[in-house]
Structure formats: structure tokens, C-alpha cells
Design a protein around this ligand. Structure first.
Ligand SMILES: Cc1ncc(COP(=O)(O)O)c(C=O)c1O
Length: 379
């Protein structure tokens, strides 16, 4: 399950890891590999890839992607500030949040960003005021069937209103430039990718009949990366959608772009945590580790599953295993990575456990989408 590059770097650095827990260990080389794999599988150019900043905005991640010439997708002022900090030019950034805080639109506009998502008339009104004469792309509602985490209700215009909304943009002196979708997080149902594109193709046809041509269609994120062989599944998806990409590009003379997040970073990092106690309770063996699920892994409360490995598993097959509950150090009894994890029978205090994958939505969950926690004000 661990990708080869990350795995070999973990083995090489085992003594550093042992001395520095809890920590998330990130492999730059794995990220470079993922970026190139993604680009080649979908026949993309660098300018077609808009990495989804929210997925992991640690400086080392943004630096690698910046050096690779990736573009970026942002959703907030906080994410804009990350772009500014790294000197990423405004023309390489899309503002993909369809319902934005007005002041955030204005800051992005002042930085030079000219391309904004929308899915309602009221968003067009805001963009006209805070980012006049910009380009706008319509986020379409799409079924997230097959996704492990659905993103289908909060955003997206219906197919029936798409043409009218894009036409309406012109009345606000905005230029309709694209349509976008998000198939939901970790969508490995290959057929969904083709049907999303076919739906977009129907809209392109209607737009052409109404004299509207677009610059791009944006297939979003959602490329699977969690608990699967992401390279194999992406290859299958690419086989299904590349011919549709080709047909659309030829017919409508536009670009296809994407906003991958998890595919790029999920498997580039792993959590290392040290066991500081093992106790017998209610006929189970409880391992207490020096970090818990509230420290980035609260997604587990929504039934997401992560792999748990003993560090010795990287180098040898363990014959004798035993079942454990893996819990963190907090006083919350929901702080449980897994109620049933198989580890070597010999597992003891001081051993290192790995939780994988830890590259997507873990560090960035501290301040999701870089919206800060509300401050405490004394009254
Ligand atoms: C607009 C948008 N684009 C891209 C992504 C990245 O998605 P993923 O991590 O599934 O690739 C997200 C994630 O929520 C998103 O909201």
C-alpha cells in the first residue's frame, strides 16, 4: 500500500523518525512523481493543473509544486496570502470557491486574479462590484455517486440553469470563461468521470447554440488517492476520459483543466507516533500513542479509514500478530484511530507506529481552507 519512494525514504531515515515523534514525514520526491504521473496520464501541460491549495498548504508542498510550474486553486483570503508568500503570479491562480466572502474577492482582484467561480446570480453581483470585468466560470452540480466523501449539495448550479447563468454574466460586464465540477473526494467509479464530461459536453453544445464559447472546462479534484492503488485507477480513468477530452478540445477549441488535491499529496506523507503505554481494558489491548485523531485525523469520526502499520512492517513480514485498539493521548474517548488493528504480537512501549496516508487534509485541517479560528474576545 505504501508507495515505493516514500517507503524507501522512511527506511533510510528510520533513526531520525524514531527520535522525532509525533511528526508527519513528507517525501518531496513522491510529490514530484505524482505530479508527473498525473500530467502524463491525462496528457496535460503544467498550465492545465491547478493544485488545490486547501489539501496541503505546508510551505514545502507549495514550493515543490511551484518549482514544477503547477498552477493553484484557492478558496479564501488565507490561501491567497499563501500564494503571495510564495510569489505565485496571479495569472497562475483560480479562485474556485463558488460563494466567496466579498472582501476576499476584492483582495484577490487587487492581487491581479481575474478568474472566479460562481454558481448563482448573487455571486455575479458580488464579483461585478469587487472584481469588475473579471472572468467567471460556473460550478455545476454533479452527482457524487462513487465518492467516499460527497461534495454535491452545498455548491453547483443545475444543468437546466447553466446556460442562462453564463449568459447572465455578460449583463454584469463579466466574461463567462468556463464550467467546473467536483465529483466528490476519492471518486474511483470510472464511469462517473465519463458521464460528468458528457454532461459538460451537453452544456457546451447549448452554449454554442447561444453564441457563447468558453476558454476551459474544469474537471475539478476527486481523483482517487485514498486506500487504493491511485496510479492504476488514474490510468483506468484516463483511458475512459482522454478520448472525450480530445473530442471536446477539437470541437470547442478550449482547454481542459483540473484541480487535483489528494492525488498529488495524499500518499506523500505519513504520521509517525510512538507508543507510550499498552494496557489491558475490557478484554482488549489498548495502545496509547503520543498523538491522537484530534490532531489532524478527526475525519475518522466520519468513518474515513487510515492504514496503521508497525515500523518493523516496512522491512519484514510479521508472522505472529495480535489485535489492538489504537488510541491517542487526549481525554476524549472518541480519540481512537482504530478499534481493531493487527500489529506484531511483540509490539511494545517505545515502538513506532505509522498512520497512512497523511498528506491530504491533515496539516491543513488545523485551519481548513485557511479560514482562521474565531478569536476569543473579552466582553
Ligand atoms: C473546488 C475544489 N477543487 C479541488 C478540490 C480537491 O479535491 P481532491 O482532494 O478530491 O482532489 C476540492 C476539495 O474539496 C475543491 O473543493
Amino acid at each position: 500500500m505504501l508507495p515505493e519512494i516514500l517507503k524507501s525514504e522512511l527506511v533510510k531515515n528510520s533513526s531520525v523518525i524514531k527520535k522525532n515523534t509525533p511528526a508527519i514525514f513528507f517525501s518531496k520526491n513522491q510529490l514530484v512523481y505524482n505530479y508527473i504521473y498525473f500530467k502524463e496520464a491525462l496528457n496535460f501541460k503544467d498550465e492545465d493543473i491547478f493544485y488545490s491549495t486547501k489539501t496541503n498548504y505546508e510551505s514545502s508542498v507549495i514550493e515543490v509544486l511551484n518549482d514544477l510550474n503547477s498552477n493553484f486553486e484557492i478558496a479564501s483570503l488565507g490561501e491567497l496570502q499563501i500564494m503571495q508568500k510564495h510569489g505565485i503570479a496571479s495569472k497562475r491562480i483560480l479562485f474556485s470557491n463558488p460563494v466567496k466572502i466579498p472582501s476576499h474577492i476584492n483582495c484577490a482582484y487587487k492581487y491581479g486574479i481575474k478568474t472566479f467561480a460562481f454558481d448563482t446570480k448573487s455571486e455575479l453581483e458580488k464579483i461585478q462590484i469587487y472584481a469588475p470585468n473579471s472572468k467567471v466560470f460556473l460550478r455545476l452540480a454533479i452527482q457524487n455517486d462513487g465518492a467516499e466523501w460527497k461534495l454535491e449539495h452545498k455548491f453547483g448550479a443545475n444543468k437546466a440553469e447553466a446556460v442562462d447563468l453564463l449568459a447572465l454574466a455578460k449583463q454584469y460586464n463579466l466574461t463567462p470563461c468556463g464550467i467546473s465540477v467536483h465529483l466528490g473526494w476519492n471518486n474511483h467509479k470510472v464511469g462517473n468521470w465519463s458521464s460528468a464530461l458528457k454532461k459538460m459536453e451537453d452544456i457546451l453544445k447549448k452554449l454554442a447554440e447561444n453564441g457563447i464559447s468558453l476558454e476551459f472546462i474544469n474537471i475539478g479534484g476527486g481523483f482517487p488517492a485514498h486506500n487504493i492503488n491511485q496510479y492504476k485507477v488514474l490510468t483506468e480513468i484516463a483511458k475512459a476520459i482522454n478520448p472525450i477530452f480530445k473530442r471536446i478540445k477539437e470541437k470547442y477549441a478550449l482547454r481542459i483543466i483540473a484541480e487535483p488535491g489528494s492525488f498529488m499529496v495524499a500518499n506523500t506523507a505519513i504520521l509517525a507516533t510512538e507508543i507510550y503505554d499498552i494496557i489491558q481494558r475490557n478484554s482488549k489491548q489498548w495502545i496509547f500513542a503520543n498523538t491522537g485523531i484530534m490532531q489532524g485525523f478527526a475525519w475518522i469520526l466520519n468513518n474515513l479509514k487510515y492504514n496503521i502499520l508497525h515500523s518493523s512492517d516496512l522491512e519484514k513480514d510479521t508472522k505472529e500478530i495480535s489485535n489492538f485498539v489504537l488510541t491517542g493521548p487526549t481525554l476524549d474517548s472518541h480519540d481512537v484511530f482504530s478499534n481493531s488493528v493487527s500489529l506484531p504480537k511483540t509490539t511494545q512501549i517505545g515502538d513506532i507506529l505509522y498512520v497512512f496516508p497523511a498528506g491530504a487534509y491533515i496539516n491543513s485541517s488545523k485551519e481548513y481552507n485557511k479560514f482562521p479560528f474565531p478569536e476569543l474576545k473579552i466582553i
